[in-house]
Design a binder for this molecule. Structure first.
Ligand code: PBG
Length: 327
């Protein structure tokens, strides 16, 4: 018999031992559930490319939020799907205090006050150009003019009851501009969850289907990051933390686990990772074909994202994973 001093398998021998030495635990408290809201009542429009996800009217959205809170999920991230008739070049509808988005925030806050609302700050759901910033007559996404709109949008969302505003636009200087505007209006307790490290990714496809928000021309490469870069991610997070970000995000998650780890080591604010629509769709599609065990792969990926260093995970699996973890 071989004389081995070290036998790592001894610590894997039984389920009890494995549970005892497990290094990474995921719980429902790690998740934020992204949700899509539409105008109307009692309507649920499934999103084809995201099996299990739907666009919901406010009444159904509130019911979904109650369910999530009861499962121990502490937060939701809301995105509005608007008719083209509500879109214009400056995203004016985003500032409407009685607009769909502001009404949905208020409705959730009223019915499920303990649930943390992360409200998305960016122009794309409201923009007839489908870009996250204002587009000039030459097709350029103009930075500084966009900051003013983003700051006003953040204030409108704070006024409606958002707990964290979540700028996902990748304009330079927006965290500082938003912090200044929120404080000037007395919203010193409203946090900023910055989409600090957001890549120009192919994995956003199903989300853009859900909101009908794909860019009407060009792409987002002049503001979202090049997937090849990770040093640049550190520059982005340091800037955002210096400007007042309370949390920073890396997005997408699975293809960027190395970036999550580097960001975790570079800053001491909580790090969020967004497992985006395409990542969700890949698992669902393969599972529907019986090519993988969907639930098992879901938990494996969520664990990997946390192991990489994420404190919070935005995931369309929030409800399904929370149910499984609570069982
Ligand atoms: C845009 C925004 C996007 C997502 C969240 N906010 C898409 C984009 O940048 O085009 C994508 C999320 C997902 O794919 O799940 N402000």
């Amino acid at each position: 018999m071989a004389h081995l001093i070290e036998r790592p398998r001894r610590n894997r021998r039984t389920d009890a031992i494995r549970r005892m030495v497990r290094e990474t635990l995921i719980t429902p408290a790690d998740f934020v559930a992204p949700l899509f809201v539409i105008d109307g009542t009692n309507t649920n429009i499934p999103i084809k490319s995201m099996p299990g996800c739907s666009r919901l009217t406010i009444d159904l959205l509130v019911a979904e939020c109650k369910e999530l809170a009861a499962l121990g999920v502490p937060g939701v991230a809301i995105f509005p799907a608007l008719d083209d008739s509500k879109k214009d070049r400056r995203g004016t509808e985003s500032l409407n205090p009685n607009g769909l988005f502001q009404r949905s925030i208020a409705a959730i806050k009223e019915s499920v006050p303990e649930l943390m609302i992360f409200s998305d700050v960016a122009l794309d759901p409201y923009s007839s150009d489908g870009h996250d910033g204002i587009v000039d007559d030459h097709g350029n996404i103009v930075n500084d003019e966009t900051l003013e709109v983003l700051a006003q949008m953040a204030v409108a969302q704070a006024r409606a009851g958002a707990d964290f505003v979540a700028p996902s636009d990748m304009m330079d200087g927006r965290i500082g501009a938003i912090r200044t505007a929120l404080d000037a209006e007395g919203f010193t307790n409203v946090g900023i969850m910055s989409y600090a490290v957001k890549y120009a990714s192919g994995f956003y496809g199903p989300f853009r289907d859900a909101l009908d928000s794909a860019p009407r021309f060009g792409d987002k490469k002049t503001y979202q990051m090049d997937p090849a870069n990770s040093r640049e991610a550190l520059r982005e997070v340091r800037l955002d933390v210096a400007e007042g970000a309370d949390m920073v995000m890396v997005k997408p998650a699975l293809a960027y686990l190395d970036v999550i780890r580097r960001v975790r080591e570079a800053v001491d604010v909580p790090v969020t990772a967004y497992q985006v629509s395409g990542e969700y769709a890949m698992v669902k599609a393969a599972a529907q074909n019986d090519w993988i065990d969907g639930q098992r792969c879901m938990l494996e990926i969520l664990t990997a994202i946390k192991r990489a260093g994420a404190d919070v995970i935005f995931t369309y699996f929030a409800k399904e994973a929370a149910r499984l973890l609570n069982a």
